[in-house]
Design a protein around this ligand. Structure first.
Ligand code: GDP
Ligand code: GDP
Length: 438
């Protein structure tokens, strides 16, 4: 299942950050904190009436002069059109309608994307509603009044947004061909890898039905199996400002990762693993995707018999939160091990769909409990009754216990390790849910 993406577009100072924080702050569902990964306020997971979506703030740094505002807004709108399923166009009732609003509205209208026109800073609906009607003139539908600062109208706005979600986005995709996203910092060699991987294997370049994004996915057939590579065409944005470029790269990563089954994180062997690589890897980890780390440009460094071992250790150290990730050393230039990459992807796909019979799981549970006594607190000891796998992609297990409070993170981790010792599950995260049974 891929979550819909909602992007906020709007002039500086209309209240984008305030709205973003209001939504992310209260309704954010932090699945798991990823140590070592600082969370930028660029994207957030929002949960509204059991509907989940990823919210993106396309607004970057403040432009220095008035005349760059419009060009920057155009750029924001383009990013939103490329990556989002629904666009929130945020305006400001206090500033009223401004020429650049109309220009951006035109752009959004032509994109045929669902747009929700939101008018912010309506701190008093009674007094300010007449001013809100002016925004009808933008020709992109009915304006939704809110006050981000005092959290008025947020529920109605979310209703308007979620109304546009496609039914297929809210359930499992029917298309069971694996979707692969190749992500990484600029210049690590993503395009080179994709071009090599696609090579003669490319079958069709098409918009695949069901996606509302402009991105072009590519179908590939390799050794009789079909794969879909996510928006590998185009989308190479140039920006003079480093922060903007990084922001765009993160937005693009979130959008690609959201739709992928397996994420290939490309790292530059010459540069070594960096903070930004960890940030990108964190996005895939938090979303429970299959993960392959491809260390590229392996041709370009000097090696001896310890290099792979040392490099692996370094990657494992920086990405300590995802010890399950597969690592492969490749070169897009020479083609070294690129065919192996398909094999690794296949293994990860299989592991993400693997189901373990309940009987076998409980044998492992019994043995694990016997080997290491469960924790206790204030004289009460944790009892683990039973475990069963409830779903796949990622494999998800429910453990029934006497008292949830007693189930420490470290004991869950211990059970996870036992399961991995038995079945591997390389390349995929595992999810554990603890339930009480009285
Ligand atoms: P951004 O540049 O679009 O991200 O805008 P910000 O979120 O930084 O907000 C710009 C200014 O508008 C800040 O001073 C906010 O406190 C203020 N602001 C945001 N939302 C509201 C609102 O609902 N009512 C009022 N009166 N001010 C708001
Ligand atoms: P992207 O921005 O991540 O898509 O990176 P590109 O595919 O555009 O590659 C960036 C630069 O790295 C280009 O100059 C490539 O020729 C070079 N490059 C890519 N892969 C390799 C590789 O495996 N070995 C070497 N030596 N250079 C590479």
């Amino acid at each position: 299942m891929s979550k819909p993406i909602v992007a906020i577009v709007g002039r500086p100072n209309v209240g984008k950050s305030t709205l973003f924080n209001a939504l992310a702050g209260e309704m954010i569902s932090i699945v798991k904190d990823t140590p070592g990964v600082t969370r930028d306020r660029i994207y957030a997971d929002v949960n509204w009436l059991n509907m989940q979506f990823t919210l993106i703030d396309t607004g970057g740094i403040e432009p220095e002069s008035k005349d760059v505002i419009l060009s920057q807004m155009r750029e924001q709108a383009e990013i939103a059109i490329e990556t989002a399923d629904v666009i929130v166009f945020l305006t400001d009732v206090r500033q009223g309608l401004i020429d650049s609003d109309a220009k951006v509205a035109d752009m959004l209208r032509r994109s045929n994307k669902p747009v929700v026109l939101v008018v912010n800073k309506v701190d008093s609906f009674e007094k300010l509603m007449p001013d809100v009607y002016e925004f009808y003139n933008l020709g992109i539908g009915e304006p939704v009044p809110i006050s981000a600062a005092s959290r008025l109208g947020i529920g109605d706005m979310l209703d308007e947004i979620t109304k546009h979600f496609k039914p297929e986005q809210l359930q499992e995709e029917e298309d069971d061909r694996p979707r692969i996203a190749i992500v990484g910092k600029p210049n690590v060699g993503k395009s080179s890898i994709v071009n090599k991987l696609l090579g003669e294997n490319r079958v069709i370049v098409s918009d695949i039905a069901g996606t509302t994004r402009d991105a072009v996915d590519t179908e590939v057939k390799y050794h009789g199996r079909e794969y879909i590579f996510i928006d590998t065409a185009g989308l190479r944005r140039k920006s003079k400002i480093k922060e903007e470029l990084e922001r765009y790269s993160i937005i693009r990563t979130v959008s690609a990762v959201e739709r992928a089954d397996v994420v290939v994180i490309v790292i530059d062997a010459v540069e070594g693993i960096t903070e930004q690589d960890a940030k990108i890897a964190g996005i895939a980890h938090e979303r429970g995707k299959g993960i392959v780390i491809a260390v590229n440009k392996w041709d370009a460094i000097e090696k001896n018999d310890k290099t792979i071992y040392q490099f692996t250790n370094k990657v494992r150290e920086v990405l300590a939160y995802m010890p399950y990730a597969e690592i492969i050393f490749v070169s897009a230039l020479t083609g070294q091990r690129l065919n192996k990459l398909y094999e690794v992807i296949d293994v990860v796909i299989e592991n993400r769909s693997m189901r373990i019979a309940t009987g076998v799981l409980n044998e492992i549970l019994t043995e694990a409990v016997a080997l290491q006594q469960p924790p206790s607190d204030k004289g009460k000891r944790l009892k683990l009754y039973y475990m069963t796998q409830v779903s796949v992609k990622p494999p998800t297990f429910v453990i029934f216990v006497n008292d949830k409070e007693l189930m420490h993170f470290s004991y869950t981790r211990y059970i996870e390790n036992k399961i991995r010792e038995a079945f591997g599950f390389r390349g995929t995260s595992l999810k554990f849910i603890t339930r009480e049974r009285k």
